[in-house]
Design a protein around this ligand. Sequence first.
Ligand SMILES: Cc1cc2nc3c(=O)[nH]c(=O)nc-3n(C[C@H](O)[C@H](O)[C@H](O)COP(=O)(O)OP(=O)(O)OC[C@H]3O[C@@H](n4cnc5c(N)ncnc54)[C@H](O)[C@@H]3O)c2cc1C
Length: 321
Amino acid sequence: MNKKAPAVNRRDFLKKSTAIGVGATAAPGQDRGGARAGEIRFDQVADVVIAGAGAAGLPAAIMARNQGASVIVIDANHDIGGHAMLSGGRIPLGGGTSLQKKYGIADSADQVYLDPTNHRNPEFRHADRDLVRVWADENVATFEFLIENGVVFNDEPPSIVNGGGPIWAIFDSDAVKREGWDPNPPNVDPRGWFFAAETITELAGKIVNQYQSQPIAAGVLETTVAKYNSFVEVQKDSDFGKPMPKYPIKSPPFYAAWSTPILHDTLTGLKINRKCQVIDVHGQVIPGLYCAGESAGGFALHGFPRVTVFGRIAGREAASV
Ligand SMILES: Cc1cc2nc3c(=O)[nH]c(=O)nc-3n(C[C@H](O)[C@H](O)[C@H](O)COP(=O)(O)OP(=O)(O)OC[C@H]3O[C@@H](n4cnc5c(N)ncnc54)[C@H](O)[C@@H]3O)c2cc1C
């Protein structure tokens, strides 16, 4: 499917391509045929090129292939799946899906449209109505598309809670000295987001936060810190493979800082239209460039319902040019 061709420049690359999920146009790993070190060569041609093999990029690729287009999917990671691989897997699509019908749940695209456009809903009330409308209209088709492509929806209610956090960064006074930090207000917020104590046991008991669903057991924190310190001793993190764990956590006072390293939603991104074409600062369509997923703006709905719907649309539209 991927025809070999002479080197393609960046402008040609964009003439008919889809940028999904990340909006990137570079193709790492395609450097061949004598390219100089650091130089990126575009020497593969396909009808649709997708940057990012995640929850938006993969539906886009399937849609484009279903339309007969040749497709290249590139990903910066060593594996495909993106954030979707870590997710809880909940995909709240509606509008009258086969599963809703099975359980006698009355729903419609119009009903789906009303939720995110309700003026009482502060998260969505400024959403681009065009995008919300096309999203509502494509809910059912996307749900059935996911089933057709092997996504299994359990009949039971979800039993898991979201595992995204909170996560606490634990460190000691040596780290504070080493980094030159000042762990006092206003640099830190002791009202639930930052704690200090003379012992690890005491620290565990102090960690109280509205999003901390259960207390941190002192024994668990002590064991975890001791284990981490043992990794420092042998210079090998056998839990997570952190390269060269350098410093033990041993000198009081000890600290716990709220840490949110996982980005769930970007809530902003490139401006797109109903076809997922990217719009420039003058309000004009950029020919050949499409965007979906977390890198698309205009509609800050969380997760899969938005990214899979617009991924499908982007792949379909890019392949139809
Ligand atoms: C812990 C967690 C739990 C979640 N649970 C749910 C849930 O239950 N339900 C729900 O609806 N949503 C959930 N989400 C959100 C959902 O996973 C994301 O909204 C969705 O994966 C976003 O799709 P995406 O295609 O935009 O990005 P991703 O799925 O992250 O895919 C983006 C891809 O682009 C690649 N990439 C990045 N930069 C480049 C580059 N420069 N060049 C090439 N490739 C690049 C990445 O490696 C990645 O593979 C969860 C998210 C997290 C983190």
